[in-house]
Design a protein around this ligand. Sequence first.
Ligand code: BEZ
Length: 211
Amino acid sequence: MSLRLGDEAPDFTADTTDGKINFHEYLGDGWGVLFSHPKDFTPVCTTELGEVARLKGEFEKRNTKVVGLSVDSVESHKGWVGDIKETQGHELNFPLIGDEDRKVANLYDMIHPNANDTLTVRSVFIIGPDKKVKLIITYPASTGRNFQEILRVIDSLQLTANYSVSTPVNWNDGDDVIIAPAINDEDAKTKFPKGFKTLKPYLRLTPQPNK
Ligand code: BEZ
């Protein structure tokens, strides 16, 4: 059965471009992003890996480790990294799993046979410090991901894990947030001292509480 939000992220040990890692151990107490690529030496994947390398500092600011995966070998990945640096201007700076036997791809249901029966789709899993799956997104091989969106979701997940709020449509870090309907107005006044606007009894906006 495929993974669902709230499930424990399956643990594994795998060979990567940074040596063998145990996934849960590698993530430690922080957040994680596990994302798959269909194949080495392919154009969209090359741009994505360069972009994630460029954004490494942004992930670090969010206490988040990124781990990539492709069903080719670590040897093949190592041959590819030069192209990523040359064409994208950024050196691979996070582990890329070599998953030739599809062990991890199968654990995370990254192969969708009606799309392609041997290559992974572009899966993204965000994993919390409790090792539970917090987000799953699946893209087709032909569409490169927007990693600003992944950072945006991490901001929302980290905020909503600590405050009784949710984030509205197109929210970005620093924008107003929604007070959880379970909090009554009386409690909201003490929990959100910056005040709040009531558009409807169930739709109350307050400045982002951790800013
Ligand atoms: C790509 O990364 O460009 C790609 C990989 C597999 C299938 C289609 C596109």
